[in-house]
Write a protein that binds this ligand. Structure first.
Ligand SMILES: Nc1ncnc2c1ncn2[C@@H]1O[C@H](COP(=O)(O)OP(=O)(O)OP(=O)(O)O)[C@@H](O)[C@H]1O
Length: 277
C-alpha cells in the first residue's frame, strides 16, 4: 500500500477552520485516482499531504513510496538551465549524472521541449516551464505521482503525452493521484474518483467504462443477430462500423463479430474516455 491516510485533518493556523477533517484514503499500487471539488475546497491541500510536502494537523499518513509531485504553480526562478535543473534533481533522486541527463533528454523530447533544454529556466514560456515541471516528476520514475492541474498550460500534444506517461506509470504498478479541471481527463482509465466536499473526501460513482471496437465487413454484410446488451453502433462513410460497448461485454461483441456469417475485420479496440461515451 503506497500511502494511506488515517483520520487525517488539516487546518491552517491553530484556530483556522478545518479544510479537511477525519479523511481516510488508501492509495494502492497500480491505481489512477482522481480528486475533484469546487475551487477552494481543499484539493491542493489533500495533494500536498499525499505528496508528503505538507503534514497533517491531525491523524496520520502511512507509507513512504518514492514520490514525485507537480505543483499547481512551478517556480522556475532558479539559476539553472532546463537540463541543468533536471539533471540536478535526477541526482537528488539517486540517479547517476549520465542517467539523469539521458532521462531529461527523453522526457523533454516526449513533451516537445527538446529544443529548450539549454535555456535558463527564467526565460522559458509558461507552457515550456510546465513541461519541465512534468519532466522532473517523471524522471524519478516515482511509485506515487501527484499531479495538481499538471495539464494546465500544456499544448494539446503535450497533454496527450502526459496522458500516455500517466497510463504507462499506472500500468507499471505506480499510483497516480491527480486533479484536473477537465472532467474527461483520463476518464477511461481512472480507477477511483473522489470529491472534496465540506471537509470530507467523498467517493464519486463513475459511469461504467466502455470500449470502442471498429470493424468492417464486405458491403451488404448484416450485423450479427445477437449483439451484447447496451452495445451501440454507427457506420462511417468508409463502411467501418464503430461499436461502443460496456467494457464488461467487449469480449462478447468480439466473439459475435468473429463467429458471425460474413467476414468481419477488427480494425481497432480501445477504451473510451468518459467524454466520448
Ligand atoms: N498555505 C495556506 N495558508 C492558509 N490557508 C490556506 C493555505 N493553503 C490553502 N489554504 C486555504 O485552504 C482552503 C483550501 O485551499 P486549496 O488550495 O487546498 O483548495 P483547492 O480546492 O485546491 O482550490 P483551487 O481549486 O482554487 O486550486 C482555502 O480556503 C484556502 O484559502
Amino acid at each position: 500500500m503506497p500511502r494511506t491516510f488515517h483520520q487525517v485533518g488539516r487546518r491552517y493556523g491553530l484556530r483556522g477552520p478545518w479544510v479537511l477533517h477525519a479523511v481516510g484514503l488508501a492509495l494502492s499500487a497500480g491505481t489512477l485516482v482522481r480528486v475533484g471539488g469546487v475551487n477552494g475546497s481543499g484539493k491542493s491541500t489533500l495533494l500536498r499531504l499525499a505528496a508528503g510536502i505538507d503534514t497533517p494537523s491531525a491523524g496520520r499518513i502511512e507509507g513512504r513510496p518514492r514520490t514525485a509531485y507537480v505543483p499547481e504553480r512551478f517556480p522556475p526562478a532558479l539559476p539553472f538551465t532546463a537540463y541543468g535543473y533536471l539533471t540536478h534533481l535526477g541526482r537528488i533522486h539517486g540517479l547517476s549524472r549520465r542517467t539523469a541527463r539521458l532521462r531529461a533528454e527523453h522526457w523533454l523530447d516526449r513533451f516537445g521541449a527538446g529544443a529548450y533544454g539549454d535555456m535558463p529556466l527564467s526565460e522559458l514560456s509558461k507552457g515550456t516551464a510546465q513541461k519541465i515541471a512534468v519532466a522532473q516528476a517523471l524522471l524519478a520514475e516515482p511509485e506515487l505521482l501527484v499531479l495538481d492541474e499538471a495539464w494546465t498550460g500544456l499544448d494539446a500534444e503535450a497533454r496527450d503525452a502526459l496522458d500516455d506517461a500517466v497510463t504507462e506509470r499506472v500500468a507499471g504498478g505506480a499510483t497516480v493521484l491527480f486533479v484536473d479541471h477537465d472532467p474527461g481527463r483520463l476518464a477511461g482509465a481512472v480507477t477511483a474518483a473522489y470529491e472534496v466536499s465540506g471537509t470530507s473526501l467523498v467517493p464519486v460513482a463513475q459511469s461504467a467504462p466502455r470500449v470502442r471496437i471498429d470493424a468492417q465487413a464486405p458491403p451488404g454484410t448484416k450485423l450479427p443477430d445477437a449483439l451484447p446488451p447496451e452495445a451501440t453502433h454507427e457506420t462511417d462513410p468508409s463502411g467501418t462500423v464503430r461499436f461502443s460497448v460496456p467494457a464488461a461485454h467487449s469480449d462478447a461483441l468480439l466473439r459475435a463479430l468473429l463467429t458471425a456469417a460474413g467476414t468481419w475485420h477488427i480494425h481497432r479496440v480501445h477504451p473510451l474516455a468518459a467524454r466520448e461515451r
